[in-house]
Design a protein around this ligand. Structure first.
Ligand code: GLN
Ligand code: ZN
Length: 761
């Protein structure tokens, strides 16, 4: 290499107008033929490459595109298809590929899980009894396509062997060597063929290198890369890491590869410390991940130039590449369509396309220090940042002062749980094993249509409000009829549990087209927190109080917790995340207090996303958990002892964070359990849990109506490890995606099951 270069690690698949999503769904619904699908998909793929070419990116990734997910692609490339899909061998057909992703008659889909700490979900390969083969060299195919059709000398991307194995399932830890031996020849063949084709750089993604790996892991990785280097010595391998700093820096940078890609945004501090201490090898290229691939804000280009200058002390520019911190898969496509946002905000947004512009601009700025037009661009960037930082939305002094002295804010309930428990028992006088639900009831098409009519102005505010009240009334009556003890209003006014609060709190905005892929064709449009978060007026009081007016049973208020709001949004990056969490917590505290004042004295604060915010590295867990727990407590601590705080979590991997869960000091927690009941109970054998707790007694992800016996069995087993005096009976999660009839039938059975226990005791 002769001079500083620019690169990209991956481009969003979904298209400016989510064309990709629409094509996939049209194919699944048999609305288009496979041939037409392939043709249109190719067009999209080539357009994405062309765009990067036109922007002037030197190293353009190919094979980052996918028809669903890149882990699934890798499994399919190796012919790894579970037996239940009746795969005949050879290149995996499109229908088998989608059957693995989505399930088919008689064959449940492969498991899907989160890609590291992102909101992207990948399909988990199943490695039991496999004989992997190379059915097709997909990176090579992608390279040829780009070369022949666009004259692009692309950089094939593939998932590294160790990351692939680590993220798969269906093997035991004793099988590492055996598995590596099975796959190494296949990876070697891919690389050899790329080398023969004349490929210059290949990007091998090994994000597991930033996780808490053992020395044995590192030895295996070293073995793998020695072998691969021998197989294709003429090929340049960029070993790409992202989402945090490399765990074993010295061992990693000593691997026999030609380039190391480091995340200098999310792994900034530690990667820089490593470099300062150990330097960077003289024979390697540094892929400097300078531009945040996880967030939507324009970079501070001046400070990036300063950083580049620092980096050049370790690596000369001739051996450096400027690139995003990770694939741009995790950000929306372009800000070009955000026409409704004011210029103050628009000019500090950078989605994928704008991030590529930043990369190219930085590359040029280093090469041509005296260029006037570049200086002007840089000044524009600085001016935009100055403006937003000086804007009144980021200058709410009363909020900032409270957050600066957060330890002075109340974060503990007046009484201990033991004291509260007695007071609450007296106040509420609930039967043993009280029954309740998680909050939402079926959002029928009627509900969705009503909201649409209201949003488009077809319905007046008044009409919509009346409609919502009818729904609430209907469900309060139904809940009484079913015989539940603690009722809810049903959340009919909410599409999404974070969006609803984001629209009502200050400091948020919503994009028009800021979609990102969550899993398969499913995209989400996260709210954006750009300013100081502020309570403006009560958000849930009206509906809850209305519901309470219809019944003598307690109605539980329903809020989304600070950490879930934080983790499901794009968050400003000018202040630490924990401070944003405190701001949200303080705003929610006002809502909690407003509910209490209005007579709602059971309040649930949902934190389904608490666990998913855990940092990748184990050593960082405690710090995160500490501020997450504090945030929850800030939101809930000021209520009376008799007011009962509930929380809910959609997972049961509990054992490793149980101390923090206990520290939330919620009076009652409900947890999703039914699909891993045994596992969870096991963790309660080892760790005591001494607050109120409801283990979901039936799976809400399926329309099946569970019978009384099944639930009795679940309860029975739960009570063998948990105190019946503290036990609650509830479904696994909210019922918003279920139908009316099945919901009513299931809840009736649930109440029946609870009653049969009460009679016994
Ligand atoms: N209260 C929410 C509901 O019932 C909780 C959803 C969730 O935990 N994801 O829908
Ligand atoms: Zn849930």
């Amino acid at each position: 290499m002769d001079s500083l270069k620019s690169s990209n690690l991956g481009y969003p698949r979904i298209g400016v107008n989510r064309e990709w999503k629409k094509l996939l769904e049209a194919l699944w619904a048999n609305k288009i033929q496979e041939s037409e699908f392939e043709k249109k998909i190719e067009e999209l793929r080539l357009n994405h490459l062309k765009l990067q070419q036109e922007k002037g990116i030197d190293l353009i990734p190919v094979n980052d595109f996918s028809l669903y997910d890149h882990m699934l692609d890798t499994a399919a490339m190796f012919g790894i298809v579970p037996k239940r899909f009746n795969y005949p061998g050879g290149v995996v057909s499109l229908s088998t590929y989608y059957a693995m992703a989505r399930g088919s008659k008689g064959a449940p889909a492969c498991e899907m899980t989160k890609w590291f700490n992102t909101n992207y979900h990948y399909i988990v390969p199943e490695l039991n009894d496999i004989t992997p083969v190379l059915t097709i060299n997909k990176p090579l195919q992608a390279y040829r396509e780009a070369k022949q059709k666009l004259g692009i000398d692309g950089k094939p991307v593939l998932i590294g062997l160790y990351t692939f194995l680590k993220l798969s399932k269906g093997y035991k830890s004793g099988q590492w060597d055996e598995l590596i031996a099975l796959f190494l020849p296949l990876y070697a063949q891919i690389l050899r063929e790329l080398e023969q084709e004349g490929v210059r750089w290949v990007q091998i993604d090994e994000p597991v290198l930033v996780s808490s790996l053992s020395v044995e892991d590192m030895d295996r990785i070293t073995h793998i890369y020695k072998q691969l280097h021998e197989a294709a010595p003429g090929l340049n391998i960029m070993l790409q890491t992202y989402f945090d700093a490399v765990e074993h820096y010295e061992a990693t940078v000593s691997l026999p590869v030609q380039g190391i890609g480091l995340d200098l945004v999310h792994g900034y501090d530690r990667n820089m410390q490593h470099m300062a201490k150990h330097g960077f090898p003289k024979d390697k290229v540094l892929g400097a991940g300078l531009i945040d691939g996880r967030n939507i804000w324009a970079a501070d280009l001046q400070s990036k130039l300063t950083l580049l200058n620092t980096l050049s002390q370790y690596v000369p520019y001739e051996r450096m590449i400027i690139q995003p911190s990770c694939s741009l898969l995790h950000v929306p496509v372009t800000t070009g369509q955000e026409t409704k946002l004011g210029s103050e905000i628009r000019q500090v947004l950078a989605f994928a396309n704008e991030k590529l512009d930043e990369i190219v601009l930085l590359t040029k700025a280093v090469a041509d220090k005296d260029s006037e037009p570049i200086a002007r661009e840089l000044e524009k960037n600085q001016q935009a940042l100055r403006e937003i930082n000086a804007s009144s939305s980021r200058k709410k002094e009363h909020i900032q002062e409270m957050v600066e002295r957060i330890d002075q804010q109340p974060s503990a309930r007046a009484g201990t749980f033991a004291e509260r428990r007695i007071l609450q028992q007296n106040k509420w006088n609930l039967p043993i094993l009280p029954t309740t639900t998680i909050g939402s009831f079926p959002q029928t098409s009627e509900v969705r249509q009503a909201r649409k009519k209201w949003r488009t102005g077809e319905w007046t505010e008044e009409q919509y409000k009346t409609f919502i009240q009818e729904q609430i009334r209907l469900w309060i009556n139904l809940q009484e009829e079913i015989g539940l003890d603690v009722l809810v209003h049903g959340e009919f006014e909410r599409t999404d549990m974070v969006e609803f609060f984001g629209e009502k709190l200050g400091g948020f905005f919503f994009t028009q087209n800021g979609w990102v892929q969550s899993y398969g064709s499913r995209c989400v449009k996260p709210p954006v927190i750009y300013g100081d978060v502020e309570f403006i007026k009560p958000m849930t009081v009206e509906e809850t109080v209305y519901a309470q007016s219809l019944t003598n049973k307690p109605v539980k208020g329903m809020l989304t917790g600070p950490i879930t709001i934080l983790n499901w949004s794009f968050v400003r990056d000018d202040i630490p995340r924990e401070k944003v969490a405190y701001q949200i917590a303080l705003a929610l505290r006002q809502e909690v207090e407003a509910l209490e004042k209005a007579g709602i004295e059971m309040i649930q604060v949902d934190e389904p996303a608490l666990r998913e915010g855990l940092p990748i590295k184990r050593q960082d867990w405690q710090h995160y958990l500490d501020w997450a727990v504090l945030s929850f407590r800030l939101a809930t601590a000021t209520v009376k002892n008799t007011t009962q705080i509930h929380t809910h979590m959609c997972y049961c991997e509990f054992h490793d964070i149980i101390d923090s869960i206990r520290e939330l000091d919620a009076d009652v927690i409900s947890i999703e359990t039914s699909r891993s009941h045994g596992e969870l109970l096991h963790s309660f054998e080892e760790h005591t849990y001494d607050h109120g707790i409801g283990l979901g007694v039936y799976d809400i992800h399926s329309p099946r109506v569970p019978d009384v016996k099944e639930m009795v069995h679940m309860i029975d087993r739960s009570l063998s490890v948990l105190d019946p005096e503290l036990f609650w009976i509830n479904p696994d999660c909210g019922l918003k995606t279920r139908g009316m009839d099945e919901t009513i039938a299931s809840l009736k059975n649930m109440v029946e099951a609870a009653k049969s226990f009460r009679e016994k005791s």
